[in-house]
Design a binder for this molecule. Structure first.
Ligand SMILES: Nc1nc2c(c(=O)[nH]1)N[C@H]1C(S)=C(S)[C@@H](COP(=O)(O)O)O[C@H]1N2
Ligand SMILES: [Mo]
Length: 408
């Protein structure tokens, strides 16, 4: 794993090879200037215990690994066995400083512009609340979850397994809104959502704006959410309004959404054009490479983690199939030589939710490599290894995601 300074982590970008990145390479003076330009508070020193940034101060500190002021992941041991991730343990990932908490004081007045439909309009959250409502459980996962396992030192936050959670979203189906506005304009192929952060001056907006396009097939399931886990959406997680695309990687779930456009082409914003593109190690991002849209099938063990007592143990974990429902999860106690099917734990909250699983195992004293492998209903299974790629995206290999437990 490539060592990364706290400063780099603070600025880690998702594939936005923006000017700040270059400044970093120029040395710390340039980097400091870039940091203050973007309004980030660089964390003092890597060795110091990092505290939560103000906009996430309500989170449960002990459940999180604070990588930087804009990247926090859930500890593997804090994921638990529930179907829903509690909000105060959910990971946080911001590319830009979050808008102030005041944006959520009166959420109903937040405006979103809908374009590329027969009757374009600006609607408030209050208007949306009268147009329809649905609740969907879906996994929110960063494209780079599992990046820490790539041996080439993929740049970006060194997420292990905790840049993911399963969330209950409540909002209006995008389809209802679009139908009320006469349907998509002819020739629309993408849904392009724009984040409402205030962009820092002096940088080309295209290089920093969070604006993502997803294929129009996502309209069937997407929603504009104002609630997360039955509470008003916090500004930490995109309140007052967030685009939620169930089964799609985190970045497509645009927070503080202020514009939604049905477009013929994908946005040329850097985060879309060259960011979040799967390509071989050493290759630059480009629009012709696959974009991080639908998530792949994945699972990992959440307990036990490092040590256990010999005898009967319950092996716990979570598994999900992205946009496809899960079929089963197999668990191996010998690093993948032999497998046994685990049992799902708790209610099935639909194809986009994750399913906690459990398997009882008699563990003798010694060291055990415990791994899990999920299969979806279309027969896709997690591979054993990695798909090596420049930014360390989409890792679902079962081997790296296992745990080595010392049983005594
Ligand atoms: N407006 C906006 N939306 C955003 C981002 C952002 O920085 N700004 N980050 C994206 C990324 S990369 C991820 S992984 C998720 C993280 O969501 P969370 O912070 O609610 O956990 O939000 C996505 N949506
Ligand atoms: Mo992300």
């Amino acid at each position: 794993m490539k060592p990364e300074t706290a400063l780099q982590r603070g600025l880690n970008d998702p594939g936005l090879e923006n000017p700040t990145r270059r400044s970093l390479l120029l040395g710390s003076a340039g980097a400091m200037a870039a940091v203050s330009l973007l309004g980030f508070t660089p964390l003092a020193r890597a060795e110091e215990p990092k505290s939560l940034p103000d906009y996430a101060a309500w989170k449960e500190r002990n459940a999180l690994i604070v990588h930087s002021a804009n990247t926090m992941e859930t500890q593997r041991g804090a994921i638990g066995n529930g179907v829903i991730t509690s909000s105060d343990r959910l990971f946080v990932r911001n590319n830009l400083p979050a808008p102030p908490a005041s944006v959520t004081e009166n959420p109903d007045i937040w405006e979103v512009r809908i374009e590329g439909v027969k009757n374009p309009r600006t609607l408030t959250v209050g208007d949306l609340k009268k147009m329809g409502v649905t609740t969907v459980a879906s996994v929110l996962q960063c494209s780079g979850n599992g990046r820490a396992f790539f041996p080439h030192g993929a740049s970006g936050t060194q997420w292990s397994v905790g840049a993911a959670g399963c969330i209950m979203w409540t909002g209006v189906p995008l389809k209802d809104v679009v139908e009320a506005l006469g349907g998509p304009a002819d020739g629309a192929r993408y849904i392009t959502s724009t984040g409402g952060e205030t962009l820092p001056d002096g940088l080309d907006p295209k290089t920093i704006i969070v604006e993502r396009s997803v294929p129009t097939r996502a309209m069937e399931t997407a929603l504009l959410a104002w609630e997360m886990n039955d509470e008003p959406l916090t500004h930490t997680h995109g309140g007052p309004l967030r685009m939620v695309v169930p089964g799609y990687y985190g970045v497509n779930n645009v927070k503080y959404v202020k514009n939604i456009a049905f477009t013929e082409n994908q946005t040329d914003a850097k985060i879309q054009a060259s960011g979040y593109r799967i390509r071989e190690v050493g290759v630059k991002g480009a629009p012709d490479q696959p974009s991080m849209w639908e998530m792949n099938v994945k699972s990992w063990v959440t307990a036990p983690l490092e040590t256990a007592r010999s005898g009967r143990n319950m092996i716990y974990g979570v598994a999900f199939g992205g946009t496809v429902a899960l079929e089963k999860v197999d668990v191996s106690l010998d690093g993948g030589k032999t497998w046994k099917q685990a049992r799902f734990l708790g209610p099935d909250l639909g194809p986009y939710a994750w399913r906690p699983f459990v398997m009882a195992a008699d563990l003798p004293a010694g060291e055990h490599r415990i791994v899990s492998r999920a299969t979806d209903t279309q027969g896709n299974s997690q591979p054993e290894g990695r798909t090596e790629n420049e930014r360390g995206y989409g890792h679902n290999g079962w081997s790296d995601h296992g745990v080595t437990v010392a049983v005594s």
